[in-house]
Design a protein. Structure first.
Length: 195
């Protein structure tokens, strides 16, 4: 049995198709409406289905994806400089660190939004899995410190990640390591410089 159907003829010629793909590849940002307008104005082509436009994006290796946050204040030179400074401080205090007179702590904190508790979990098909949350924006802050020498980890929860909570956590660490010098290695968040 031989089929007579050969499929529909494409709206764009091979040359036009290549031209569109090159146009897409040479752009820095992409927009479906702009592609629709470009095809209509340059080649008089208007597709009925958006899928045809998506296929052109696909051939140009352009995919639909979630954007990622970046920090515009990120400074590569400063980031490279920090480990050098830390190594210098650790080298200068090596004897005191080895004798236990100086404690080196790596510190940071995380903020957990109550709304972060919801997500995908396994459960029985016919039963809803509910997590009681009165306000999604309520949050809990956890401060943590890793002892460089002993690898002991200290953690404390606070209602917020502000200067007062930072001071409370530092006082907790000072009390834990009484009569010893402490070197704190931490990021440059503004509330780490409270008071």
């Amino acid at each position: 049995m031989k089929l007579g159907h050969k499929g529909s003829k494409g709206y764009l010629t091979a040359r036009q198709n290549t031209e569109v793909i090159e146009w897409l590849k040479n752009k820095e940002y992409w927009n479906l409406d702009e592609l629709v307008t470009y095809l209509a104005q340059e080649f008089g082509v208007i597709y009925k289905s958006k899928q045809s436009y998506y296929e052109l994006f696909g051939r140009a290796k352009i995919t639909w994806k979630k954007t990622q946050k970046t920090n515009p204040k990120f400074d590569k030179k400063l980031v490279k400089k920090n480990p050098e400074e830390i190594n210098d401080i650790l080298f200068k205090n090596k004897a005191g660190i080895e004798y236990g007179e100086i404690i080196v702590l790596f510190l940071d904190e995380c903020h957990l939004l109550h709304g972060d508790l919801t997500g995908y979990v396994w459960g029985q098909s016919k039963i809803r899995i509910e997590v009681p949350i009165t306000n999604e924006k309520d949050r809990q802050t956890y401060f943590g410190a890793l002892n460089y020498q002993s690898k002991e980890f200290h953690i404390q929860s606070h209602l917020s990640g502000d200067g007062k909570s930072t001071v409370k956590f530092i006082k907790y660490l000072q009390n834990k390591y009484k009569n010893r010098k402490i070197i704190l290695i931490w990021d440059g968040a503004s509330y780490h410089k409270y008071g």
